[in-house]
Design a protein around this ligand. Sequence first.
Ligand code: THU
Length: 161
Amino acid sequence: MIKKWELQIEAHQNLQTLSADWQKLWEIASKTCEKAYAPYSNFWVGVAILLENNEIIEGVNQENAAYPSGLCAERVALFSAGILFPNQTIKMMAIAARRAENPQIIPVTPCGACRQVMIEFENKQKTPLQVLFKGTENEYYIIETVSDLLPLQFNSTSLGI
Ligand code: THU
């Protein structure tokens, strides 16, 4: 027997067809890239997340001379939200990236470790966390729930908790 999973993506050709909340988050994520500390990769990632109370939390990647000690922008933003607003639902997350030498925003998708952290937040709050990033065709992709980004997820159920 073959089992298949479906990934639903809402693809937009340009920003104008996105909601006002998404447009605002995208603008902040794209701008905050410039605050990335990424002297080793020169790959700047900016994240903006919108909470239920309308606060917006930003994150950028934080690199380190001991490479694995750094952290991706997504986790910086989520962990900041976790301490600043521990009980607020996280509604939306926009992820934007560019190379240091080129102002153009380029496609990026969250890495596996970030998806694992994103699913932990989504499961904890029990409501979907929507994600926006630029897809490979340069379109804007909206994913309705992090679980679509992480099929066969490992979570607290897997631990028997
Ligand atoms: N990075 C992120 O911050 N988020 C992603 O979604 C992909 C990768 C960072 C990690 C590292 O600082 C640099 O980009 C190159 O991998």
